[in-house]
Design a protein around this ligand. Sequence first.
Ligand SMILES: [Zn+2]
Length: 220
Amino acid sequence: MDPVEKDLRERLAKVGRQIFAEGLTHGASGNISARVPGTNKCVIKPSGYSFADLEPHHFIVVDIDTRKVLEGKEKPSIETPFHTKLYKHWPEAGGVVHVHPHYSTILSIIGEEIIPMGIEITEAPALAKGIPVAKFAPPGTDELADNLVEAMREHVAALMPHHGITTIGKTIEEAATNSRMVEFLAKLHYEVMLVGKPHPLREDILKGLVERAKQKGLLV
Ligand SMILES: [Zn+2]
C-alpha cells in the first residue's frame, strides 16, 4: 500500500478512537475522512462502524469527483456527499470531521449560532470567524451537502440542525481540534444562556485570532 495512504488510515483510526473516547459521538454515528494529498481521492469511514472499533484497514478510498469507491469492500459513509463537496469547495482542506455532540446539537435545534466567547478559542483560532447554523436537510442527501457547503463557504465549522456539527482542517487532527472546540464553546454558550445573554469576544481580539490562525498555517 502507498505509504501516504497507510499513514492517513492509521491517523484516521486514531482520531476516531480519540473523539469517541472524549464523548463527541456515540454508537455508529459520525464520520471522518482525509484527503490523499495531491490527488482527487479521500479516505473515509465505512458506514455502520463505531469509531471505537475502527481499524486502519476498514477505511474506504473514494473518488472526490465521482464519489466512486476505489478501494475497500464496505459501503462508504452515508455522508460521503458532503465530505467530497467540502473537499471540492476547500482545495486546502485535508480532513473532515462530522460528529453529534450533545451541546452543539441542542443549540442547532434552536437555531442558535455559536458566538465566539471564552479565551480557550485560542486553541482553535480559525473558529473566531464564527460557527453558523446550516439549513436543515435529511442525513445523507445532496441537499444536506449543499446546505452545509453553503454555511461553510467562509467558515471551518457549522452546526447542522437536529443533527450535529461538521468541521474541517488542513489535516484530520486539525479538523478534530476544531470539533472539540466547537463542543466546548457550545457548552459554554448553553450555560451562559442560563444566566444571561452571550457576548462575543471584542472585535479586535477576534480579528487577531483569525490572523494568528493564518500565521500558524491553519485552515481559515
Ligand atoms: Zn450525522
